[in-house]
Design a protein around this ligand. Structure first.
Ligand SMILES: [Zn+2]
Length: 259
């Protein structure tokens, strides 16, 4: 039997283009337990080819779109082309990226437009970065990179130093974010006529059987988000919907969420 894997790309204007991703064949005499269906290598190659074609097509469509001036509708003049590489979980994709001069009407943006810089601000996709960092946090960097390359058509396996650096960068970013969390505070004036007013803050601590703890708090104006907040905290501590939860409360009304 012979086969072809095709990718059909349908643009918004109705144009449809079909591109061949892979072909293969196995004479019936060659089918064996080892050679039935797609092998890992064949699967990786189909994924890599699909990723390349898809990204090139999406990039092309986006550039065509951005070339049109949003004010007068004319086509911007191409200033130059630059080679870009986007590292993804399914391979490193090379793209020729155009840059456009500002439109002659001068009414829309007067900056040079670099469309692919808008949709690919980094050299790798956020998903690639996320998985690389996740793997790097679970296993030794060299092992994490080798495991990823085993199953994914990375093309160029991430260098050990890259995985380590990215894990540290993401860790530093998270640390900064946690320090930058805006503290909630309030000042309550003790004026006799206003003594019936109250200032309410919910402060809680959740912990799991391993002794890991998370402190969290909210104010009434955020009451609609308290349930999401609690869910996120419990999830971070490893709880699933089936995990029994014991709530110890100071007896005050609330919290407002349930379940
Ligand atoms: Zn214009």
């Amino acid at each position: 039997m012979k086969w072809r894997v095709l990718l059909e790309l349908a643009e918004a204007n109705g144009d449809v283009e079909t591109r061949e991703l892979a072909t293969g064949q196995r004479p019936s005499s060659a089918i064996s337990p080892e050679a039935i269906g797609l092998t890992l290598a064949e699967g990786k190659s189909v994924l890599a080819a699909m990723q390349t074609r898809l990204i090139q097509a999406q990039a092309g469509e986006y550039c065509d779109d951005r070339r049109i001036c949003s004010h007068c509708g004319s086509c911007r003049v191409i200033k130059d082309w630059r080679a870009r590489r986007l590292t993804t979980l399914f391979g490193v994709v090379q793209i020729e990226a155009p840059r456009f001069n500002p439109c002659r009407c001068g009414l829309a943006s007067r900056q040079i437009v670099s469309p692919l810089g808008e949709i690919m601000p980094d050299r790798c996709t956020p998903e690639y970065e996320r998985i690389l960092v996740k793997m790097g946090s679970l296993a030794a960097y060299g092992r994490a990179a080798a495991l990823m390359a085993e199953f994914l058509p990375l093309g160029e396996a991430p260098a050990i130093e890259t995985a380590r650096r990215r894990t540290l960068q993401v860790g530093a970013k998270l640390e900064q974010q946690s320090l930058a969390v805006k503290p909630y505070g309030g000042h309550v004036k003790s004026i006799r006529s206003y003594q019936l007013r109250s200032f309410e803050v919910m402060l809680a601590c959740a912990s799991n059987d391993r002794g890991e703890q998370q402190l969290f708090s909210s104010v009434p104006v955020e009451a609609d988000r308290q349930r999401q907040q609690l869910n996120a905290v419990l999830r971070d501590l490893g709880a699933t919907p089936a995990t029994p939860v014991t709530v110890l409360s100071d007896g005050a009304d609330g919290p407002r969420f349930t379940g």
